[in-house]
Design a protein around this ligand. Sequence first.
Ligand code: NAD
Ligand code: TYD
Length: 359
Amino acid sequence: MAIFVTGGAGFIGSNFVLDWLAQSDEPVVNLDALTYAGNPENLASLEGDGRHVFVKGDIGDFDLVIDLLARHRPRALVHFAAESHVDRSIHGPEDFIQTNIVGSFRLLEAARAYWGGLTAGDREGFRFLQVSTDEVYGTLAADAPAFSETSRYEPNSPYSASKAASDHLVRAYRHTYGLPVLTTNCSNNYGPYQFPEKLIPLCMHHALAGQSLPLYGDGLHIRDWLYVGDHCSAIRRVLEAGTVGEVYNIGGWSEKTNREVVTTLCSILDELCPRNDGRAYAEQIVLVRDRPGHDRRYAIDASRIERELSWRPAETFATGLRRTVHWYLEHRQWLRNVTSGAYRHWLAQQYGGCACGCS
Ligand code: NAD
Ligand code: TYD
């Protein structure tokens, strides 16, 4: 038996593959196109490990995927691969449509063809798990209840719209063809190996480099944060015990304003790696131009997965963020490697004219 993972060289995918192989001997076939966000260094500890088969390729390459499925005969496919950064989707939505919608469609087609050729028993046991986001539900008013599995899809960015489209395709493949699918919609993740374009690793990187910590708008937008290891354990649990065709929301009951997130990060850094001049990292925070169409608040009601599958996050925001800061401090070379080259162009494009001091 084996599982097939897409996007396993990215942030969540690589954490998932590493956690999976730390807990099981079941091999993982890992298909990743190695875009700017995919990093083989995340998987360096698996070098020479026969349980991990890495293939560089595109989820939209039907012939490649069908060939890999036929050769490795996985019992499940966990679909992480995506373009995942909202700001990039605002600058250039095309890649998001191509990978998240067209790529996911071709992947579903390959999965359907493979699944259709299995024996009746294997067909029943097969699972296609779609890893999705809470952003498909749109934005919440300050006093609105958290998103549940029945909240209406109201995506507001090209990123969330493209994820919503792929979620709908996954649902349609269940209803039309009977493909045994599961969907998870998770809140904002943080932890090791996150590319420093997202809020927490970007501020970590800028803080250490003595640069400004840019908060969009008034800095009071709210996200619901979950440690990546907890997301991975939830996905494993849904794969193991989730009901086919169902959706599970995953979150950490941990709503924070962006300002709270960054000031907490700064205080941990003040303690673990004080600035040479003795001043507080929080002095580096600056308010910058807001993101167009910026969703004000996300919050996940995770009671279904807790009640039905007995899943609970192991980390609180305080413990998870401390672990994360430790990890980045201990992996300065990883951070240096991913912040050279093309990364600088992104910073200049996104923050170039602003006060964040990175251009
Ligand atoms: P990421 O951007 O760090 O990684 C994406 C990975 O997919 C990269 O390794 C990249 O090379 C690969 N990829 C991109 N296009 C590809 C293609 N066409 N073919 C094959 N591989 C391709 O993303 P992430 O933060 O790890 O997110 C993983 C998944 O989880 C995404 O589907 C995302 O929507 C979802 N998600 C993310 C979060 C979050 O907070 N990061 C929260 C909820 C859900
Ligand atoms: P991000 O990490 O990009 O995740 P998402 O947009 O998917 O939620 O952003 C998290 C929050 O932080 C979001 O409200 C936007 C905000 N943000 C900033 O204030 N400054 C930044 O430099 C970045 C990257 C994000």
